[in-house]
Design a protein around this ligand. Structure first.
Ligand code: KG4
Ligand code: ZN
Length: 366
C-alpha cells in the first residue's frame, strides 16, 4: 500500500520563512511544537507542547520503556493537535514535519516516527528524521543569535559530551563519559536516597540549605588529560556515605545532595575549561561561545559553576530557556527547519524507509 498522496519534491519550498512541526518521543516526554524561522534570524517557537509522563513512571522510580511507548501512542494525537492549534497554523501552513528518529527508547522512537511518517505521507509534506542529540545541540539557536561554530556541553539523562558544533550536521565529539551520564548520576543518587522521580530536580530541591563541603566526595578525572567524564565512582561514594550516616535526617540528606552537586559541578567545569582552551586554539576566528544543553543544564549550581568557568576563559555562556533544556518538540522542529533550509533532507521515499534507532552517534550525521 502506498501512503503517498503528494510528492513533496513537487512542493515549492518558499524562499521566505519556513514553518515546521517537530515531534519528540525518545524518552518519557510526548512533545510537539511548531517553529517558524527565516534565514538570518533566530527561529522562534509558535507553540511548544510537552506532555510529561512522570505520573506513569513515578511508582517504578524510573522510566519503564513499555509504559512509555504505550503512553506516547495514546498522547501523540492530542499533543500534535494542541501544537498546531496554539501555533494557529493548519496543516497547510506547514513546510515540513521533523521527528526524532533516535537515539532513545526504541518503542517511543517508533511511536513518534510512525506517526510522523503517516502524517507526512498523507499531507504530502517533507519528512525530516532528526537525531535527538542534534536537537539538543541546536536548541540554544531557538532563543539567541548563536552562529556556528560554538562549543556545546551536552548534559542529559543519557549523554554527557563536549562537542564542537562546527556547522549543521558537523559535530566533533571531544569528550564523553566513560561510564554514567551526568543526569544518570543525578537519577541514581535520587533513587538511592529515595528522593523520588524524576531524580535531577529532586536532588536539586533536597540540596537546598545543604552544606556543599560537608562530605568530601571524589571528583573523578579532575585535572587529568583529555576531556572525558566519569561519574560512577561518585555515585558509589554517595551510596557509601549514605550507608555510613544512616539513618539520614533531613539536614544530612541536604548536605549530601549539596556535596554531590558540588562534585558534579566541579567535574563538569574542569573538563569544560579544557574544551574551551582547545576551542580557542582550533577555532581562533570564532566567537567564544559555550552552549550548555540537555536536562541537567536546568541545574542552578551547575549553571553557576559553568558560568564562572566560561567567564574566566572569556567565553559567553548560552543556555536555552529552562523549558527547552529538557526534552521538547521545538528543538526537533528547529533541527528539521535548519535541515530543510539547507536542503539536507532525504526524499519522502527515503524518509519513509528511515529506521528508528536506539543508538545513533551524532558524529554519523552529515
Ligand atoms: O535532556 P533530557 O530531558 O532527556 C534526555 O535526553 O536524557 O534530560 C533528562 C535528565 C534526567 O537525568 C534528569 O534527572 C536531568 O536531566 N535533570 C536535572 C534537572 N532537571 C532535569 N538534573 C539536575 N538538575 C535539574 N534541575
Ligand atoms: Zn534529551
Amino acid at each position: 500500500m502506498s501512503l503517498v498522496t503528494h510528492d513533496p519534491a513537487e512542493r515549492q519550498t518558499p524562499a521566505g520563512p519556513l514553518t515546521v512541526l517537530g515531534i519528540e518521543t525518545s524518552c518519557d516526554e510526548t512533545a510537539a511544537a511548531v517553529v517558524r524561522g527565516a534565514a538570518g534570524r533566530p527561529s522562534v517557537p509558535l507553540s511548544d507542547i510537552v506532555f510529561s509522563q512522570i505520573e506513569e513512571h513515578r511508582a517504578y522510580g524510573g522510566v519503564v520503556p513499555e509504559l512509555a511507548a504505550r503512553a506516547h501512542i495514546g498522547r501523540l494525537g492530542p499533543v500534535i493537535e494542541a501544537a498546531l492549534g496554539t501555533a494557529g497554523c493548519g496543516w497547510d501552513g506547514l513546510d515540513g514535519i521533523a521527528v526524532t528518529a533516535g537515539p532513545g527508547l526504541i518503542g517511543g522512537v517508533l511511536a513518534g516516527l510512525m506517526t510522523a511518517k503517516g502524517l507526512a505521507a498523507a499531507r504530502g509534506l517533507p519528512l525530516v528524521p532528526v537525531n535527538h542529540l542534534e536537537g539538543h545541540l541546536l536548541s540554544p539557536r531557538l532563543a539567541a543569535d548563536l552562529p556556528f561554530p560554538y562549543l556545546a556541553l551536552l548534559i542529559s539523562g543519557g549523554h554527557c559530551q563536549l562537542i564542537a558544533v562546527a556547522g549543521l550536521g558537523r559535530y566533533q565529539v571531544w569528550g564523553s563519559t566513560i561510564d554514567d551520564a551526568a543526569g544518570e548520576a543525578f537519577d541514581k543518587t535520587a533513587k538511592l536516597l529515595e528522593l523520588g522521580f524524576p531524580g535531577g530536580p529532586a536532588v536539586e530541591r533536597a540540596a537546598q540549605g545543604g552544606a556543599p563541603r560537608r562530605f568530601a566526595l571524589p571528583r573523578p578525572l579532575l585535572g587529568r588529560d583529555g576531556m572525558d567524564f566519569s561519574f560512577s565512582g561518585l555515585k558509589t561514594a554517595v551510596l557509601q556515605t549514605a550507608q555510613a550516616e544512616a539513618p539520614l535526617d533531613r539536614q544530612t540528606t541536604a548536605d549530601l545532595c549539596a556535596s554531590f552537586q558540588a562534585a558534579v559541578a566541579d567535574c563538569l567545569a574542569d573538563r569544560t575549561r579544557r574544551a574551551m582552551a582547545s576551542f580557542a586554539d582550533r577555532f581562533p576566528e570564532a566567537q567564544r561561545c559555550l552552549a550548555v544543553v540537555g536536562g541537567v543544564a536546568a541545574n542552578q549550581t551547575i549553571g553557576t559553576a559553568l558560568a564562572r568557568a566560561a567567564a574566566e576563559a572569556g567565553f559567553s555562556l548560552v543556555k536555552p530557556p529552562l523549558k527547552l533544556c529538557t526534552d521538547n518538540g521545538a528543538m526537533i522542529a528547529l533541527a528539521g527547519l535548519e535541515r530543510l533550509r539547507a536542503g539536507a533532507v532525504p526524499s519522502l521515499d527515503a524518509a519513509l524507509a528511515e529506521p528508528a534507532r536506539a543508538r545513533w552517534p551524532v558524529t554519523d550525521l552529515s
